[in-house]
Write a protein that binds this ligand. Structure first.
Ligand SMILES: *[C@@H]1O[C@H](CO)[C@@H](O)[C@H](O)[C@H]1NC(C)=O
Ligand SMILES: *[C@@H]1O[C@H](CO)[C@@H](O)[C@H](O)[C@H]1NC(C)=O
Ligand SMILES: *[C@@H]1O[C@H](CO)[C@@H](O)[C@H](O)[C@H]1NC(C)=O
Ligand SMILES: *[C@@H]1O[C@H](CO)[C@@H](O)[C@H](O)[C@H]1NC(C)=O
Ligand SMILES: *[C@@H]1O[C@H](CO)[C@@H](O)[C@H](O)[C@H]1NC(C)=O
Ligand SMILES: *[C@@H]1O[C@H](CO)[C@@H](O)[C@H](O)[C@H]1NC(C)=O
Ligand SMILES: *[C@@H]1O[C@H](CO)[C@@H](O)[C@H](O)[C@H]1NC(C)=O
Ligand SMILES: *[C@@H]1O[C@H](CO)[C@@H](O)[C@H](O)[C@H]1NC(C)=O
Ligand SMILES: *[C@@H]1O[C@H](CO)[C@@H](O)[C@H](O)[C@H]1NC(C)=O
Length: 679
């Protein structure tokens, strides 16, 4: 009785609140304390949010007003997302119940005025997102409760006065990251700050900043300064290098400053490592000289600069660079030694550029990004200058570990099988847009051989090609390959045997292929489901492209077992029949051997006599007799039976031809008749 009672008790017990189905929200499948009320056209915060909720998203609804009672009781909430509503008013102390809250996002609303009691109670808040509101005023004490704030995003607001922002940083002593992107701020001056700030990240991009003036150490810990996309000229007034001595990363991308401004900026920096000059446009020799004059510089981004000619000596002062981004330039006439002195370079990005003959002496280069046109041009250049036999070691980069090539259609024919020779250390290869169909027969000759030298390759990305088969991989000796990415190809049938040749494989991605949901993929589907070694990314989302009856269905839902069942059934029937037949014959042999033999002789006789038309057919009776009775037979029996009664008798001496082997046999068979007749 006791278990039954417990069961009844359990059934009658009121269920915990989080088990109730929510009216306008959903709970996360794996974490019931994660509540999602996004995109339900809500005009109020739902009233049935479980008190145990830790994460609540009310993103993208029509909420205009946040009331004091909206979040009462949600004392365990840690993350609250209220972005993309029309919130213009937040009642005083509306968040005061949320003492555990660490992240609050109010992005894309209509807040204009941050008032004194708006954030009351948020004593544990570390991240505050206020991007894309209309904030133009921050009350003096608005941020007073946020004593633990580390990061604030004020991107795209209407803050024009630094005094507002000073209020934030004064009240939030732990603040590290201040994002003021796209605000109408015009100046940063040390006089605006009463004491040094602990900020490490300051983003002033897309502002109309015209004055950056520091005459005391306001930002002693600043590491990253983003001044990108400032189009007017900037009055850079930093009297002493020491004020920016901790700066490591400076983004000047897409700025439109004058020569003098750039020069004074570079001269006031102490030891930056990472400089971004993408799309600066008027990138002349002077600018690069000043930039590379910073001896500590390791990372330089010169992308989107329309660089046409890169003279041999241009990058000479930058010889300490380890990473160089030259992507999206028109480097037609790159001198043969332009990049050769960059002997410390470990990453070179030439994506979207046109250039030739650069890969000498870069013995430390570990990572290279290329665009196909470059490779083709270089191949032609190398072929012309060194003779085709030299192509055997095209990439003379012994340290290269990562190579990414993006190929536009039509230039694949320039690639030869020797292209990857010498890349003995290559661990990651990403190659898009060249392999077509079954690559052994097209585009690249002898594809397995193309990968032969790459014995330590660990990652191979052949996405966005037009591969129809992966069979070539089984002959390519890729025994160390761990990651294989074949997204966006034309693969319909996968031969799962290929994976036997890739013993180290752990990760496979076949997204966006044109799978066939027929029995040709039965073994592959079974492998995907059963194998425990390889993680097949997004496997449950792979879709069938053919046959038409299955188009759009999920590959793993294809019932492949019947493929095996029909074959299996056939085999079962055949083998069963064989077994039964064997049993039957054994049985016959054991118990009916003599009957069989008898039957066999009968059969033989039957066949023989059909053929020979022997005695039994022509005669009525065969007469067997002793020689001593011969006289009686001829004198009395014959005249009586043949003469008077009209029988036709078969007599041994009279009717048999000599030498007939069957004669004695016939005699024995008919002996009984003659004996009967005789008596
Ligand atoms: C929340 O729900 C919306 C649709 O109601 C969905 O688009 C979104 O992906 C969900 N977010 C999470 C984190 O589950
Ligand atoms: C759910 O949304 C509807 C329509 O917005 C509203 O009338 C209803 O009160 C909401 N339910 C709860 C529990 O918030
Ligand atoms: C703030 O968080 C800490 C742990 O991170 C916790 O101990 C404390 O109780 C929280 N404060 C409030 C007011 O909930
Ligand atoms: C902001 O709100 C405070 C308090 O409600 C009010 O005193 C002040 O006038 C408002 N400021 C602006 C610019 O609306
Ligand atoms: C600034 O940070 C340093 C350590 O990074 C710390 O010692 C100092 O107290 C902080 N200053 C303030 C005002 O919090
Ligand atoms: C910048 O300086 C270089 C020489 O240092 C000069 O050739 C170029 O014309 C200058 N550009 C402008 C816009 O002043
Ligand atoms: C490269 O850096 C070293 C110190 O790490 C320095 O001595 C040398 O002058 C630098 N070279 C150039 C060309 O800046
Ligand atoms: C490149 O290295 C070769 C020897 O490997 C050397 O002869 C040549 O001078 C070097 N070129 C440059 C520009 O350093
Ligand atoms: C499965 O489909 C593929 C592609 O449409 C086709 O090549 C293959 O012959 C089909 N296999 C079977 C068993 O129908």
């Amino acid at each position: 009785m006791e278990p039954l009672f417990s069961l009844l008790f359990l059934l009658l017990l009121p269920r915990p609140s989080w088990l109730y189905s929510l009216h306008n929200c959903s709970t996360d499948a794996t974490d019931s304390r994660k509540i999602n009320c996004s995109e339900h056209k809500l005009s109020r915060i739902p009233s049935d949010i479980p008190k145990s909720a830790k994460y609540l998203s009310v993103y993208h609804n029509n909420i205009q007003w946040i009331r004091q009672s909206d979040f009462s009781g949600l004392s365990e909430l840690q993350t609250l997302k209220l972005g993309r509503n029309q919130i213009s008013h937040i009642e005083d102390a509306a968040f005061s119940h949320l003492s555990s809250l660490t992240e609050l996002y109010l992005d894309r609303n209509r807040l204009a005025n941050l008032t004194d009691h708006m954030f009351t109670g948020l004593s544990n808040l570390t991240v505050l997102g206020l991007r894309s509101n209309k904030i133009n005023h921050i009350s003096e004490l608005a941020f007073a409760p946020l004593t633990k704030l580390l990061e604030i995003v004020l991107w795209d607001n209407l803050l024009s006065s630094m005094s507002d922002i000073v209020n934030i940083v004064l009240l939030c002593p732990l603040l590290k990251s201040l994002d003021l992107t796209q605000n109408p701020l015009t100046s940063i001056e040390s006089e605006q700050f009463p004491f040094p700030l602990n900020i490490t990240f300051l983003d002033l991009s897309m502002t109309p900043l015209s004055r950056f003036s520091l005459h005391s150490d306001v930002f002693p810990h600043l590491q990253t300064l983003d001044l990108s996309n400032i189009h007017n000229d900037l009055q850079w007034d930093v009297s002493d290098k020491a004020f920016l001595k901790s700066l490591r990363t400076l983004d000047l991308g897409l700025t439109g400053f004058t020569n003098e401004t750039y020069q004074s900026i570079f001269q006031s920096l102490d030891s930056p490592k990472d400089l971004n000059l993408r799309g600066v446009g008027r990138l002349d020799e002077g600018l690069l000289d000043w930039a590379c004059g910073i001896q500590t510089l390791e990372i330089l981004d010169l992308s989107f600069n329309n660089i046409l000619v890169l003279k041999d000596s241009l990058l000479l002062p930058c010889s300490n660079l380890t990473e160089l981004v030259l992507s999206v330039n028109i480097l037609r006439d790159l001198g043969p030694s332009s990049l050769q002195m960059l002997t410390r370079l470990s990453w070179l990005n030439l994506g979207g550029t046109l250039l030739k003959g650069v890969f000498r002496n870069m013995t430390r280069l570990t990572e290279l990004d290329l665009q196909s046109e470059s490779v083709t041009e270089m191949l032609l250049y190398e072929g012309a200058s060194r003779g085709r036999s030299q192509l055997q070691k095209f990439f003379n980069l012994p340290s290269l570990q990562t190579l990414r090539i993006i190929v536009s259609k039509g230039v694949c024919s320039a690639f030869t099988k020797g292209l990857l020779q010498g890349l003995d250390d290559l661990k990651v290869l990403s190659w898009r847009g060249c392999f077509q169909g079954d690559p052994d027969s097209k585009a690249l000759h002898h594809t397995p051989q193309l990968f032969r030298p790459l014995t330590v390759l660990q990652t191979l990305d052949l996405s966005s090609n037009q591969l129809k088969s992966v069979d070539f991989l089984s002959e390519a000796d890729l025994t160390q390959l761990q990651t294989l990415i074949l997204k966006s190809n034309d693969l319909s049938v996968i031969n799962d045997r290929v994976f036997e040749a890739l013993p180290s494989l752990r990760y496979l991605d076949l997204s966006d292929n044109t799978f066939a949901c027929n029995c040709s993929n039965a073994d592959f589907i079974d492998w995907v489901i059963r194998n425990t070694q390889v993680y097949v990314n997004r496997a449950y989302q792979y879709k069938c492209e053919s046959p038409e009856s299955h188009q759009g269905a999920l590959l793993l839902e294809f019932d492949y077992r019947w493929c095996w069942e029909s074959v299996g059934l056939f085999c079962f029937l055949c083998s069963s029949a064989l077994v039964l037949l064997t049993l039957f014959l054994t049985f016959l042999h054991h118990f009916l051997r003599f009957h069989l033999l008898y039957g066999f002789y009968l059969l033989r006789a039957f066949l023989y006599h059909r053929q020979q038309r022997g005695c039994a057919e022509i005669y009525d009776a065969f007469v067997s007799y002793n020689v001593h009775d011969e006289e009686w037979v001829y004198r009395e029996l014959l005249p009586e039976l043949e003469g008077r009664q009209g029988w036709k008798l078969c007599l041994h001496h009279r009717d048999f031809e000599p030498g007939d082997s069957t004669a004695p046999f016939m005699i024995r068979l008919t002996f009984n008749h003659s004996s009967v007749l005789k008596h």
